[in-house]
Design a protein around this ligand. Structure first.
Ligand code: COS
Length: 383
């Protein structure tokens, strides 16, 4: 097995790193402080092809492999995890599903503008009472001629406040449990759809997370993604892709925190020497570097499994869940140690590590908590 990256991987890393350092990093503290979405940078990400990085060229995307995608997410997340999640949701939770399950008409109407960055997408699965138990959907999707009538409330929807298209899940047949869930593509401006409460969050504060409310919202049957009753599998399949993306986001946050701690330890003098001279600090740095490297290997392993699976139809749920579980737990642990190495300076906003610590925390929750990842891994290894 050859784990060396290709020339193409090196090129995407260089391109995204330059963009992230020049355009994204300078805004990161400010958008975190103000809770503002960096719309101008999202537009530029569209121009750079990042909003449809893995979508095939035929549908306006960059047609890159999943390792390239992870590298891009990792580099963006080093600069700003809030900016990276907009790209993550777009590619993994929305474009991936439309390309895999959509009709040609849906691909032309939705995938092409999404991949070109002209549309922003959102993924609406979670409800106030259906979080980890995603099959417990209360939103109803009732057929009425050529339309579905949707009623229900979704919450914690990233990009939901400004998305042009929402991939929505709801119950077409409650008696069938998870086999009664269907997926719809709902366009912005559809009567009956409105944006609800905007969340005030601990981290990734430069991203928008809000409620999406559907009241007698009529959606054409032509906008149903996949067959009726196949929505749960579409959601789970998208989440397999999304979990690799969140793992790459966690990796980027961890790397940023580790680099900050390393530089700080080399320059901070205490007891007459840089604190990096103390074995206690050296061992922290050694463990941080090792766990970051292990995360990266799990992520690339999952990315390769996903690309193979696109051809064979196999599942890569275990690889994706392992990568997310390990990388997100590592990000929380590394950012915590980065604050410890900075001492009191780590706790104040003058240094970025407190933001990394807050941003890392969500990676253990969204797109499936660490506990859900363990359920997925156990389910796969006990088969
Ligand atoms: N790909 C394709 N099919 C999948 C799948 C996947 N990754 N995961 C499950 N399925 C299928 C199963 O094969 C099963 O199919 P059958 O109906 O043919 O038997 C069906 O879906 C139900 O699977 P399962 O019994 O495992 O479902 P559960 O209700 O027990 O749920 C968990 C499993 C907990 C893993 C799932 O609900 C989950 O991932 N929850 C977290 C949701 C989440 O991440 N939310 C965050 C939203 S985005 S912020």
């Amino acid at each position: 097995m050859d784990l060396r990256l290709t020339e193409e991987h090196g090129m995407i890393r260089k391109m995204v790193r330059e963009f992230a350092e020049k355009e994204v990093a300078p805004l990161a503290a400010e958008i975190d402080e103000k809770g503002e979405v960096p719309f101008e940078n999202i537009r530029k990400m569209g121009e750079l092809g990042l909003m449809g990085l893995t979508v095939s060229e035929e549908y306006g995307g960059a047609g890159m492999d999943t390792v390239s995608y992870c590298i891009a997410i990792e580099e963006l997340s080093k600069a700003c995890a809030s900016t990276a999640i907009v790209m993550g949701v777009q590619n993994s939770l929305v474009c991936h599903g439309i390309e895999k399950f959509g009709t040609e008409d849906q691909k032309q109407r939705f995938l092409v503008p999404l991949a070109e960055g002209r549309f922003i997408g959102a993924f609406a699965l979670t409800e106030p009472e259906a979080g980890s138990d995603a099959a417990a959907q209360k939103t109803t999707v009732v057929r009425d001629g050529d339309e579905y009538m949707v009623n229900g409330t979704k919450n914690f929807i990233t990009n939901g406040g400004f998305a042009d298209v929402i991939l929505l899940f709801g119950m077409t047949d409650k008696s069938q449990g998870h086999r009664g869930i269907s997926a719809l593509l709902v366009e912005k401006g559809t009567p009956g759809f409105s944006v609800g409460k905007e969340e005030d969050k601990l981290g990734i504060r430069g991203s928008s997370t809000c409620e999406a409310v559907f009241e007698d919202c009529r959606v054409p049957v032509a906008n149903r993604l996949g067959a009726e009753g196949h929505g749960f599998k579409i959601a789970m399949s998208n989440l397999d892709a999304g979990r690799i993306s969140v793992a790459a986001q966690a990796l980027g946050i961890a790397e940023a925190a580790y680099q900050a701690a390393l530089e700080y330890a080399k320059t901070r003098q205490q007891f007459g020497q840089p604190i990096a001279e103390f074995q206690g600090i050296q061992w922290m740095l050694a463990d941080m570097a090792t766990r970051i490297e292990a995360s990266r290997l799990l992520i690339y392993h999952a990315a390769l499994a996903k690309d193979r699976a696109e051809k064979t139809g196999e599942r890569y749920s275990k690889e994706a869940a392992m990568a997310k579980l390990y990388a997100s737990e590592t990000a929380s642990w590394v950012t915590d140690l980065a604050i410890q190495i900075h001492g009191g300076y780590g706790y104040v906003k003058e240094y970025p590590v407190e933001r990394y610590y807050r941003d890392a925390r969500i990676t253990r929750i969204y797109e499936g908590t660490s506990e859900v990842q363990r359920m997925v891994i156990a389910d796969q290894i006990l088969r």
